[in-house]
Each structure stands twice: as C-alpha cells, then as structure tokens.
Design a protein around this ligand. Structure first.
Ligand SMILES: C[S@@+](CC[C@H](N)C(=O)[O-])C[C@H]1O[C@@H](n2cnc3c(N)ncnc32)[C@H](O)[C@@H]1O
Length: 286
C-alpha cells in the first residue's frame, strides 16, 4: 500500500524533472520494499533484493520502514526507506557537481577532487553539453566513422547476471508510473533476445555472447578516432570466460599494433577481473 501511495503521489507531480527523479528513486526503493529482503546481522541493516543476483526466498523476511528512520541528529539509520534513498540520490547529484577519485592512503581511503570537472548538461558559466541516453542493442549502434574520442564500456560477464530477468521486478512498477509512451517502456518486459548474456533457458549460448561482443567492439572501433581508446572492465573467476573478450578485441582490430605485439593483460591483473584499454592505431595498451 505504501508503494502504491508513493506511486500515486509521484504521478501527480507537475514538474517532469522532479517526477522523473522521484520515479528513479522509487525504482531504488522497490529493491528494499519487498518480501525477498533479508537482514544483514553484521551491518545491522536490510539488504536489497539484488544483493545477490537472483531471487532466493529466505525463511525470514525483513521489512524496512517505508519512510526511513532518522536519528535526532538528522542521520539516516539502516537502509531501504525513502529518507535513505533520497539521501543516496542527493549524494549522487553532489558527485555530479564535484566529482572526485578515491585513493588509498595507508589504511584509509581519501577523496581527491577533480578540479573543473562536472557531470551533466548545463552549468552556470560552462558550455552546454548534450547528453543522450539510449536504450538499445549496442551491437546495432549506428555511429559516424572516426567520430568518437573514447569509448568506455562495462559489458555483461557471460551469464553471471541475468539483467533483464532481474530488472523486470522494477520495470513492472516503473512502466505503470511513466507509461508505455516513454522510450524503453513500450514493451511489457525487459527481456530481450539481443541481451548479451549466456542464458541456457532462453537459448543464448557462448557463441551468441562472443559474436555480440565482437560485433559491438567492431562497431565502436570503426567509430573511434585513430589512436582513441576503448576502455572496458570485465570480471569473472573462470579463465575461459575471458575468451570472448579476446575474440572481440582481435576481431574489432582495436589492438592492431604496427609490429604485431600480442594482446596482454597488465602485470598484477587479478585472476577474477581486469580493466583494459585498447587503442585503434599504432599504440597498444592493455
Ligand atoms: C556489467 S553491467 C553494466 C553496469 C553499469 N556499469 C552500471 O553501473 O550500471 C552490463 C550492462 O549491459 C547491458 N546489456 C546487455 N546486453 C546488452 C546489449 N546487447 N546492448 C547494450 N547493453 C546491453 C545489461 O543490461 C547491463 O546493464
């Protein structure tokens, strides 16, 4: 009932920007306001449904306070209530205004500001930027040749996470709220045959994943300016899971080096993950 009332209230918002922000917050809230949430006895807070990549049904359910609990000093307690979600959103917005890097200094982590940097479309005294967000198959992206300064990607890791199957959970609510006329909400499910995951039940095998990744990297390589980087992150604890990424790099030609130096992971790369970058043109750095 609390979720339904929240949706009704959001739906009455006249300001589209506020309405969309609240809808985004609602999708986060949903993760903590359902019968599949568990209580983390170490962290003393409720865990959201996606703390594991599946829908396990626990013996004991945990119900988070819908509005949130704020201490007399104004500090949010626990997790999963509106006050927690709004605080998280405000923190993300503050990061957009003043982004920073996190660096390890001895045993503590410090924030290092990035002067002059900001994220968004407009800001007083700065040149306006156009930000375009599209929901589609990256393998089919139509991009001008040699038009991109850089590509940063975080592709799926084979079948580790079934994104669409999980996201249907929030999508069902959001679709009612924003309506099927909104881009990306014109379907009844987020499930998609083009999803780049291995999913035996849906008939998507390793070839589907490898071919899709190679097609995406090839499209990006064509669209990158000469010498521009394609940076990616990829994580898996099985060695063979890295073969598709190798195929994608080799097929796309992003690693092509003048004297044919082979693709190599950086020294010290953890066995379960890597962050790599390859360039179109003479220089290779992976
Ligand atoms: C490892 S996650 C990236 C998460 C992202 N870095 C973030 O922080 O939200 C991989 C993403 O690729 C998306 N994806 C799967 N197949 C895709 C495709 N064919 N084209 C574009 N994106 C796809 C998934 O839905 C998922 O959101």
């Amino acid at each position: 009932m609390g979720l339904e009332l929240s949706c009704q209230l959001i739906a009455t918002q006249k300001d589209e920007r506020i309405k969309k922000a609240l809808a985004t917050n609602l999708s986060d809230l949903l993760r903590y306001q359902n019968m599949l949430c568990r209580y983390d006895t170490m962290a003393l807070k409720s865990l959201d449904i996606f703390s594991v990549h599946g829908f396990p049904v626990g013996l004991v359910q945990c119900e988070s306070n819908l509005l949130g609990i704020v201490s007399p000093k104004g500090i949010n307690i626990g997790s999963g209530g509106w006050t927690n979600i709004i605080e998280k959103y405000a923190k993300a917005k503050r990061y957009c205004d003043a982004p920073f890097e996190v660096q390890q200094q001895g045993s503590r982590k410090i924030q290092v500001p990035i002067p002059g940097e900001w994220i968004g479309e407009e800001r007083e005294g700065a040149r306006r930027r156009d930000v375009i967000i599209e929901c589609g198959n990256s393998a089919d992206a139509v991009l001008e040749p040699e038009s991109l300064d850089a590509v940063f990607t975080d592709p799926p890791y084979i079948g580790n996470v079934q994104y669409a199957e999980l996201m249907d959970f929030c999508f069902a609510w959001l679709r009612r709220l924003v309506g099927p006329g909104f881009p990306g909400f014109d379907r009844i499910s987020t499930r998609n045959a083009d999803e780049l995951t291995v999913n035996v039940t849906e008939g998507r095998d390793l070839s589907h994943f490898t071919e899709g990744l190679a097609k995406t990297f090839t499209a990006m390589a064509r669209a990158l300016k000469p010498g521009a980087p394609l940076a990616f992150t990829y994580h898996h604890n099985k060695l063979e899971a890295y073969l598709p990424i190798g195929v994608a790099i080799l097929d796309s030609g992003v690693n092509r080096h003048r004297n044919g130096t082979p693709y190599r992971l950086p020294k010290g790369t953890p066995a379960s993950g890597c962050i790599g970058s390859a360039r179109v043109g003479p220089e290779l750095s992976v």
